[in-house]
Design a protein around this ligand. Structure first.
Ligand SMILES: Nc1nc2c(ncn2[C@@H]2O[C@H](COP(=O)(O)OP(=O)(O)OP(=O)(O)O)[C@@H](O)[C@H]2O)c(=O)[nH]1
Ligand SMILES: [Mg+2]
Length: 377
């Protein structure tokens, strides 16, 4: 079998026959041996419709689960059942145009590891969502991209529409929470190339949305779990937590020097900052970059860390001043400055101070994209 199409379905009675016939139509001239797997958790007549279709159409298989719910876990079951060399995952509600299947398949067959139809590259659109859903979806994507390095170059990392060579999941222990199976695949898969194809995402014609606040919460939990399982992503979070702890150390040192040692304010302030810097250095060395293969000794690492921190302070102040000139309140300007200088310090320390000997911290996935639009009909 060349290609398996995996479709999670939950109460999609009126969409089953249309999607099957549109898939057949789309793949008619594609010279591909394919089958379609519905992983269904429905509680309504969708089950009957699926069974009728399965009986007359030998390409269609139905796996009905009575005791399970969850989009991502349905897709994981689909990966296990699918026999195709390549697997394409899509929704049952026709928001993902089957007309894109030949193109996705072509790229997979040409050797791309993962192909993602994207709403957010030139020629694509998420016009099918209302403004609130668009905003929530944007926040979700940005959160994912901040938390997980492997999502950063992917424009539509929360897409439910994607294709892959099944082999890339051979060593992935997939254990998603909630809906967003693609982030699980992107973080845990073994792959080198990703290709994005623009497409237009339209509103549902039939059936109801199953998106809910609970799913947003599950997404958040899923992100946290992926961060905790991935050493390189955990680093950034640890770096931020240690940076925040430095503020506490700074205040305690200042209080001790001023009220117990009765030191001059300015001298006490400078020494308190140096103490905080030293504390940050030690924690980062012992925790954040504990697993690095760097063989630099402390008398190289500490000066580098201090130099990077000093430039960070300069960045914070410059950003605050620049924003103040644009009439942004000083406190907000300072907060933005701290954010930027944190990213700066983290990146530079990762690349210089605690650099891995083999340069393994670099991301070597290549993402390409296609500039053409495919309309859903
Ligand atoms: N097997 C299974 N499929 C599900 C489950 N929840 C949702 N689905 C399917 O997953 C796909 C996406 O769900 P939708 O409700 O369309 O979510 P959405 O596309 O984000 O929301 P809309 O834009 O309103 O359609 C559809 O094919 C659903 O039938 C589930 O618990 N189990
Ligand atoms: Mg939908």
């Amino acid at each position: 079998m060349d290609l398996s199409i995996v479709i999670p379905s939950y109460n999609e009675r009126d969409n089953i026959r249309p999607i099957v016939s549109r898939i057949h139509e789309a793949l008619r001239d594609a010279f591909v041996d394919y089958d379609i797997w519905f992983i269904d958790d429905s509680t309504d007549e969708t089950v009957d419709v699926l069974q009728e279709v399965e009986q007359v159409d030998e390409r269609v298989h139905v796996h009905h689960r009575n005791d399970a719910r969850g989009l991502a876990s349905a897709v994981v079951d689909g990966f296990e059942l699918a026999r195709g060399t390549y697997v394409i995952v899509m929704d049952a509600d026709l928001q993902h145009p089957p007309e894109l299947l030949p193109n996705i398949y072509k790229h997979l067959k040409d050797g791309t590891d993962i192909v993602i139809p994207s709403r957010f590259v030139h020629g694509g659109s998420d016009g099918g969502l209302g403004p609130f859903r668009k905003f929530v979806s944007w926040i979700a994507r940005v959160m994912g991209q901040i938390a997980l390095r492997r999502l950063r170059k992917i424009s539509d990392c929360t897409s439910g529409f994607f294709g892959l060579r099944k082999e890339i999941l051979k060593n992935a222990d997939l254990d998603p929470i909630g809906w967003k199976i693609l982030i699980e695949v992107l973080v845990k898969g073994t792959y080198k190339t990703v290709h994005e194809i623009p497409y237009e995402f339209l509103a549902r014609d039939a059936g109801e949305s199953k998106m809910s606040l609970r799913e947003q919460w599950n997404y958040f939990r899923h992100l946290l779990r992926l961060v905790s399982q991935s050493p390189s992503d955990r680093r950034f979070i640890l770096f931020c937590v240690i940076g925040a702890s430095g503020v506490v150390v700074n205040m305690i040192a200042l209080a001790v020097l001023k009220y117990l040692v009765h030191m001059n304010d300015v001298v006490a302030s400078v020494i308190a900052s140096l103490v905080a810097m030293a504390s940050n250095y030690i924690w980062n060395d012992q925790i954040t970059w504990r697993q690095t293969t760097s063989d630099r000794s402390w008398n190289v690492k500490l000066p580098l860390f201090v130099a990077i921190s000093l430039v960070g302070i300069a960045i914070t102040t410059l950003v605050m001043r620049g924003l103040r000139d644009l009439h942004v309140p000083v406190l907000i300007g300072q907060a933005v400055g701290i954010l930027i200088s944190t990213v700066w310090s983290y990146t530079m320390n990762n690349r210089l101070t605690w650099r891995d000997r083999d340069g393994a911290t670099r991301d070597d996935v290549i993402v390409t994209r296609e500039e053409q639009s495919v309309r859903s009909v």
